[in-house]
Design a protein around this ligand. Structure first.
Ligand code: GDP
Ligand code: MG
Length: 446
């Protein structure tokens, strides 16, 4: 599964300072797969991957992160931005005309949830925005559709303008507008007929309604479960109408919602609302970052990045192993790196029983808190050494010991103890082959 695949990649990309073509390629392939699995249309996937690449390449990787983690950050940020996170909270607000009524025109295929959304919007506008709302149905093809709108409108306590299947959509819209003006409605929501697929006649009809009443909001309603097809539908509606926003319905389903990305790719219009239930209170302001995370399955990935952050730096371990194997000397720098490694692996408590016997003896009897403090002090002592001393600890005699102890704020005895532990570690390293070293580091990770 995706999480496991990414876990693998995040791990293999450790220890590089910069994002490059080669250390991001595999990760980007996985992101691409994730998007396709979420049913994002291919052109939208391509555009997104290209954008991420452009933003990521050359980006420095801060030292506490691996390139994989850094790239996950870029992906998450860019997808959030593409979903509209940078547009700010105003993006999900509706505009209201200076001259009431503000007209909202609903557009979209049949069955996506237009009529239901009219009811939800009427409820939201009435209760949250204290608006006087009128609804009307220009869906003259299915008589049941008009009755359905009447029913949801009455349920939320808004006003309903009756129409009949014999009327023309443009006439219905104009008559409702006239009525709304006379009765001081602040918002008029016009529901329209959808079709099962894209249809020339439908597009002409809704464009005519748009031209007649000049709505301030033209909302494209799209079903989050629609998948790859969303891109063609969005294109057809976007070409026929000057859309002002999108409503993404049925997000309560189990789709990842890749349609959102396809629709943003084509229209560039803000997704203003999300439908999250069949019920009339199931409407939410669209949350771009949450949607981005959902599309990527990012909850899992972020948890995984956390996990990786705690892990052993395999590359450092491998370098050390190579050094030991090639007869290179284990010096104070290596010792310090190992101490730092131990801190990363969740402190001494989780580590003691995995350590080689010599080391366990060294810390025997000490409680774990003390042991951790001791590691910190040991690092402090190493930090007080000159680079030369770190590379050749045998240089450290009495005068140097006094200087180092003063620098680290410890007694000279402690410097001695630390040097003894270092020597134990050094002799152990000599005994270990490269493979043994790796095995040891891995078993520490447990
Ligand atoms: P229209 O043809 O575009 O007007 O679509 P409708 O409003 O008649 O809705 C079609 C179906 O989708 C109905 O069964 C609705 O109850 C359902 N529906 C609409 N919005 C949502 C939503 O956000 N979540 C869920 N689960 N169902 C929805
Ligand atoms: Mg309908």
């Amino acid at each position: 599964n995706l999480t496991q695949r990414l876990a693998k990649v995040v791990k293999t990309m450790r220890g590089e300072a910069r994002l490059t073509e080669s250390n991001t390629a595999e990760m980007l392939r996985e992101v691409r797969m994730a998007l396709l699995e979420a049913d994002v249309a291919l052109p939208a996937v391509r555009e997104f991957i290209a954008k991420v690449k452009e933003k990521a390449l050359g980006e420095e990787v801060i030292s506490s992160l691996t390139p994989g983690q850094a790239l996950v950050g870029v992906v998450q940020r860019e997808l959030g931005a593409l979903m509209g996170a940078d547009l700010g909270p105003e993006a999900s607000q509706l505009s209201f005309a200076q001259q009431p009524p503000a007209i909202i025109l609903m557009a979209g295929l049949q069955g996506v949830g237009k009529t239901t959304t009219v009811g939800k919007l009427a409820k939201y506008l009435k209760e949250q925005k204290k608006k006087k709302v009128l609804t009307v149905s220009a869906d003259v093809y299915r008589p049941a559709a008009i009755a359905q709108l009447q029913s949801v409108t009455q349920q939320v306590g808004a006003d309903f303008f009756p129409s009949t299947a014999q009327d023309k959509p443009v006439d219905i819209a104009l008559a409702a507008l006239d009525w709304a003006k006379k009765h001081h409605h602040e918002v008029l929501i016009i529901d329209t007929a959808g079709r099962l697929g894209i249809d020339e006649e439908m597009m002409k009809e809704i464009a005519a309604v748009h031209g007649a009443v000049k709505p301030i909001e033209t909302l494209f309603v799209v079903d989050a479960m629609l998948g790859q097809d969303a891109i063609n539908t969005a294109k057809a509606f976007n070409d026929a109408l000057p859309l002002t926003g999108v409503v993404l319905t049925k997000l309560d389903g189990d789709s990842r919602g890749g349609a959102a990305l396809s629709v943003r790719h084509i229209t560039g219009k803000p997704i203003k609302f999300a439908g999250v239930s069949e019920k009339l209170d199931g409407l939410e302001a669209f949350d771009a970052q949450r949607m981005a995370n959902r599309i990527l399955g990012m909850g899992d990935i972020l948890a995984l990045v956390e996990e990786a952050r705690k892990g052993v730096d395999e590359k450092a371990a491998a370098e050390l192993a190579a050094k030991v194997k090639s007869g290179g000397k284990f010096d104070m720098n290596d010792f310090k790196a190992q101490l730092a490694q131990m801190k990363k692996m969740g402190g001494m408590a989780g580590l003691m029983d995995k350590l080689p016997a010599q080391f366990q003896q060294a810390a025997a009897g000490a409680n774990m808190d003390q042991a951790e403090k001791q590691v910190r002090r040991m690092v402090g002592i190493i930090d007080s050494m000159t680079p030369q001393e770190r590379a050749k600890p045998e240089l450290i005699k009495a005068a140097r010991k006094r200087r180092i102890a003063a620098g680290a704020g410890v007694q000279v005895q402690e410097v001695n103890r630390m040097l003894t532990q270092f020597e134990q570690m050094q002799s152990m390293m000599k005994k270990l082959s490269g493979g043994g070293m790796m095995k040891m580091m891995r078993s520490m990770k447990g």
